[in-house]
Design a protein around this ligand. Structure first.
Ligand SMILES: Cc1cc2nc3c(=O)[nH]c(=O)nc-3n(C[C@H](O)[C@H](O)[C@H](O)COP(=O)(O)OP(=O)(O)OC[C@H]3O[C@@H](n4cnc5c(N)ncnc54)[C@H](O)[C@@H]3O)c2cc1C
Length: 452
């Protein structure tokens, strides 16, 4: 058995290691176009802030020797022929190309940062963050150039985290958020005020504008961003954080089917439309359990788990196939002194799914009222009208938001109702981590009544 795993950042190494664990006799080759494998991209904000010098990663040699893999960095797979089982590979350091035959393939080609598609985007001082090299480039620019002001285009999780990193360096930061608020994809507008005031307090300007052009000086370095309101914002660096696009060109050229999201379509065994090809990671569609929709859910635990499922099936000789249980859709950002977490559907998602949803929002405290040091905490829960089935939740506060959001994950997976959470879920009670009647339970009780 020769297995090729294409892509070596998060999903690929998890898949390759799992394949070797399951079938030690298999020859597993991991191809990665960049120089690095097994990279912790989630720490990019710390590198940008100058807190960490580099993103963590596992040296290719260590990955190879400890997992028994053939790891080929700086090897880009240019073509996959599923009919003949052949890969065409560019050995980038040797300037050569070769072909190699395999029995099975796992595509872990991930995603690239979406571009703004505007003039000036390729100027010196414009950054999009996906890889170790991207983090180095931003770090080096901020370390060595006379940067005073950074414009962050995009107010999603990455944009917000990087704006905080910029402020931690003592630089001015402006976020361009055409929606008029930060984390609009994660949090309902009614939860917007605390985040907006945290941004203001941290000295971050948030402008409801879109970048339409990046202007440069004679040396080709960024000097300003022009917005759709005709404003010119002077700056010495631009961070583009407007989402991701699955990297699918290899699969498309191989005739592998894409889903409606533009990601690789895969079944619950992570098998693609080609019999010998599995997919995993940020580039692969997964099922959202709450509404059954096929979605892209580009987070590291999902990347690694889909990788392991793909690997188990790719090397399987018998027995039942491994299946991926889908995602609830959990995401969190911790920035500017707030934890902001969301699980499951938003009201917009629910409407799109044709679900009749009811929402309630409550404000409470993170600790019992007599315990010093508590903070305001906001909980917004969503349920299906009639059945009361929980559809989603959003929790925000200076502390205790992420653990409460995590409580919702298994409940959504189990199709629990608001009443189940309000009455039959024995959340722990310890005054320093929550009041006796937790805001989560208060919200659930109100929701159970409202959803009837
Ligand atoms: C700034 C930032 C912060 C993040 N924070 C979090 C967080 O807090 N929590 C969380 O869960 N997730 C976070 N993520 C997301 C997480 O990093 C991703 O989910 C994870 O990296 C996905 O891994 P992947 O292997 O699927 O894809 P990718 O990371 O996109 O890696 C794909 C790899 O495949 C390689 N490749 C592609 N095509 C080829 C080819 N043809 N030949 C050879 N190699 C190829 C690429 O070079 C790349 O290294 C963050 C991401 C970023 C960018």
């Amino acid at each position: 058995m020769r297995l090729a795993v294409i892509g070596g950042l998060a999903a690929g190494p998890a898949a390759a290691a799992e394949a070797k664990r399951r079938d030690p006799a298999a020859e597993v080759v991991l191809f990665e176009a960049s120089a690095f494998v097994s990279v912790g991209a989630c720490e990019t904000r710390l590198v940008a802030a100058g807190v960490l010098d580099d993103l963590p990663s596992i040296p290719a040699e260590t990955l190879a020797s400890t997992r028994g893999l053939d790891v080929r960095t700086r090897h880009r797979v240019d073509a996959l022929d599923v009919r003949t089982g052949t890969l065409t590979v560019e050995a980038m350091d040797h300037g050569s190309r070769y072909t190699d035959r395999f029995d099975r393939f796992i595509l872990a080609t991930g995603a690239r940062a979406r571009r703004l598609g505007i003039a000036g985007e390729d100027a010196h001082g414009v950054f999009a963050l996906r890889s170790k090299e991207d983090a180095h480039a931003l770090r080096d620019w901020l370390d060595t150039e006379p940067v005073r002001h950074v414009v962050v285009a995009g107010a999603g999780p990455v944009g917000v985290e990087l704006a905080e990193a910029v402020r931690l360096r003592g630089l001015r930061a402006t976020i361009l958020a055409p929606e008029g608020r930060a984390l609009a994809g994660l949090l309902h507008a009614d939860l917007g005020a605390p985040l907006a005031s945290a941004l203001r307090a941290a000295g971050v300007a948030l402008r409801a504008e879109r970048a339409i052009e990046i202007l440069t000086n004679a040396a080709g370095r960024v000097r300003a961003v022009r917005t759709d309101r005709g404003e010119l914002i002077g700056c010495q660096a631009v961070i583009v954080a407007v989402g991701i696009e699955p990297r699918t060109e290899l699969a498309r050229a191989a005739g592998i089917r894409l889903g409606a999201t533009g990601g690789l379509a895969a079944d619950d065994q992570m098998r693609t439309s080609a019999r010998t090809v599995w997919a995993c990671g940020d580039g692969a569609e997964v099922r959202r359990v709450v509404d059954g929709a096929s979605v892209l859910w580009p987070v590291a635990p999902v990347a690694r788990q889909t990788g392991r499922v793909a690997a188990r099936n790719a090397v399987r000789r018998g027995g039942p196939p491994a299946t991926f249980a889908g995602v609830t859709g959990a995401a969190a950002v911790v920035a500017f002194g707030l934890e902001l977490a969301a699980v499951g559907l938003s009201e917009r998602d629910a409407a799109f799914a044709g679900l009749d949803a009811v929402a309630v929002q409550v404000a409470g405290r993170s600790r019992s009222s007599v315990t010093p040091g508590g903070h305001p905490l906001w909980v917004r829960l969503l349920a299906e009208r009639g059945s009361g089935r929980l559809l989603g939740g959003q929790v925000m506060g200076a502390e205790g938001a992420a653990w409460r959001a995590n409580v919702l994950v298994p409940l959504l997976r189990a199709r629990a109702t608001a009443r189940d959470l309000a009455e039959d879920t024995d959340l722990l009670y310890t005054p320093p981590v929550g009041p006796a009647v937790d805001p989560l339970r208060v919200a659930a009780a109100r929701l159970a009544a409202a959803a009837r």
